[in-house]
Every structure is written in C-alpha cells, then in structure tokens.
Ligand binder design. Sequence first.
Ligand SMILES: [Cu+2]
Length: 78
Amino acid sequence: MLTNNQEKETAMSTTTLRITGMTCGHCVAAVTKALQGVPGVESAQVNLERAEGVIKGSAPAEQLIKAVEGAGYHAKVA
Ligand SMILES: [Cu+2]
C-alpha cells in the first residue's frame, strides 16, 4: 500500500494552464471534458474568471494544450 502511494505521488504533478477563449460555463465544461480525456489526467479544475486550468496527473503539458486547442480554445503553460 505504502509503496503504491509513493509511486503515485512521484508520477503525479500539477500543471497550470492559461486558457483563453472561454466565455461561459459551457466553455468551462467543454475544456474540462477535453482535459479529462487526456490519458494520465487525474483531475482538471477549470476556472472561467481566472482563465486558468489546474490539471493533476502525469499527462505532459503539451498534450493538455493540444486537448484544449482541439476543443476550440487556446492554452499555454501559466
Ligand atoms: Cu461558452
């Protein structure tokens, strides 16, 4: 158990993205869904007012940005 937890922690990281183009809750939902669909993502929290997404997991930032752009928005590492 302990070993599993430790392995998980080392593989996990937090990526913060600056996301532009979102105007409403629909956009937030679309971006969140796109991010959650990236392999390795454990959780994605998208904030409209801050134009920000906080993603936890082992997915590389490059893949996260691709997913956001695939949904029709723009992102870069904050
Ligand atoms: Cu919208």
